[in-house]
Ligand binder design. Sequence first.
Ligand code: MLT
Length: 410
Amino acid sequence: MARINDHFSKLPAGYLFPEIGRRVRAYAAAHPDAKVIRLGIGDVTEPLSPTIVAAMHAAVDEMGQRPTFRGYGPEQGYDFLLDAIRQHDFGARGVDIGADEIFVSDGSKCDSGNVQELFDAAASIAVSDPVYPVYVDSNVMAGRTGPLGADGRFAGLVYMPGTEANGFQPAPPEHPVDFVYLCSPNNPTGTVASRAGLEQWVAWARQHKAIILFDAAYEAYISDPAVPHSIFEIEGAKECAIELRSFSKRAGFTGVRCAFMVIPKQLMGQGAGGQLRSVNAMWSRRHSTKFNGVSYVVQRAAAAAYSADGLRETMGQVAFYLDNARRMREGLTKAGFTIFGGVHAPYLWIRTPDRMPSWDFFDQLLTRAHVVGTPGAGFGPGGEGYFRLSAFNSAAAVDEAIERVVKAFG
Ligand code: MLT
């Protein structure tokens, strides 16, 4: 019999969002008249912007003509997209990132799951709790943890509690670790790291020669100019950080798939013999071995999101979702809920009524209000007693959901 990777058996059977989907489908099948409103998985609902659609059409036409047809592209991404990223996402914020420090990919979920291939099998890993489950599960699959304990934690992982007391932004751990995952604006809590908070993290990482994996997939939702969009806005971060960016929530690409990872040339890791290795060179080797690049049509679409019209249209969509979040925050706060996040992020993090277990609240919300959200416990033990609502839906659906929740629980 073929030997399989036993580490998979440490994981709960299903990934969080398919499990929610399964429960919602079962409820909808049993209650066909219930008009269920989905505020669970953070999936965009607005169609692609006209400028992006036009760019995709034009790129498809190019692919259909012999003189402009393209086969394999450069693995790291086409120059037209790398240049737009450099200029708009970094240059405009005073950060100089080289084209060869950017790796275009098919999504931040894949990048955040794949990045652990850079780590030694025995590397120590720290995550916030609550946490985006991919950071944890991908390390479990790779055998970097022990079994799941009764406390909901995997042995061997360092959990950094995000609590109301620290604004769900944990400080660096007391004991050094090799790699730490940070996400800001944060999924699931919707809270954001301040400049001072990021400076503390960068100082800690440089002191301990740790690497920070900074997931900035939601940076477009930052609405305070004092809050950094990139960790590379912090002095010294190029020596200690990798950044993940995505077009999913910034330009409505959840179904199109495009993201990128920034790995500065200065970033070094250490091999078993103490030798220093360029992490950028390692990832370049990995990327060109296992990936053949994002399609030309999709990269043209991503580049169109940086044109003047593309920026105006996509930032309009971000503002639309943020306005949904604002109405949700205001409506639910008025009804007595305690709410966090939802200001610089499309997610609201809600204390469950009377600290009800979050899966129980999921069931109650579904059966009493026909509204779907995400139980905090799905993001780790630190999420128990909380619940995530996403602001990705039509204005009408969001307003109706608020009304129903207020009626059922207010
Ligand atoms: C979420 O709901 O947390 C996100 O949509 C998941 C993802 O981006 O993979």
